[in-house]
Design a binder for this molecule. Sequence first.
Ligand code: GLU
Length: 305
Amino acid sequence: MNQYQVILDQIYKDIQPHLNKGKVADYIPELADVPVAQFAMALVDLQGNVFSCGAAGQRFSLQSISKVFTLTLALKGLGQQLWHRVGREPSGSAFNSLVHLEYEKGKPRNPFINAGALVVTDVVLDLLPSAQAPVLELLRSLSGNAALGINQAVASSEESHGFRNASLANFLKSFGRLSHPVDTVLSAYYQDCAIEINAIELAKTGYFLANQGVPFGAQGPFISANRAKYINSLMLTCGTYDSVGDFAYRVGLPGKSGVGGGILAVMPGEFSVCVWSPGLDQSGNSLAGTQALEWLTTRTGISIF
Ligand code: GLU
């Protein structure tokens, strides 16, 4: 059996005692009821082989991992101009924090905090004016699954409880940082966060980041190898909330997490991997997911460092 499958099977056994430890995200009421003791992991190597363990066919809420794909679309469409609108530095504060925005005149620190993702969504709405959920089509094509969809109950649950996101968007608008109406940007952002995907589909979707911009099953690049490098660098420095340092130390891979419990991580030149377990640690990263990724890089001896 392939070494990756042996390691995934072992991780699945070892992770069991950790599955009840985290706490599901309950600030989005619709996510509060997701049973915590669930786990899935899927790895796609650059030869296109898929390895998995646990509930790898079970779809979950993509949440902030969508920000990787919003950024991909914006960077593809706008190139380096994008960096006039949003920065590239870790924020060191919570993903939904307002604190830096006032000092920094509404320019968000990076594309992966909520303020940054709202600005990047605004950019993408310029590029795809009629899109309701700008990243959905991209995910369908990158994963090779046209059936991917949106959980509208999750989107409207967020819409009616997203007071912080609404304040961030209004604040950005007051600084002239959004060209579309606040509600249009928020709605597109919530739709993208509420996309449902499983671990195998997400590992395939992220494959282009491990493969110099060339998607799973494709002949040519979707974005240049250099832009894939930029996105990976941002995932490493800004992708896992305000515990990016700890994640880089333990896992040693660029990764992006979401409050649905998913983490997408890539080892450029080797593999794309997705792990999902809904129990979160204090920073909002999947607790068992981070542990599983740490074991993966430790046991394979493969990380970017
Ligand atoms: N939709 C969530 C929010 O805006 C995404 C948060 C996350 O996954 O980090 O609060």
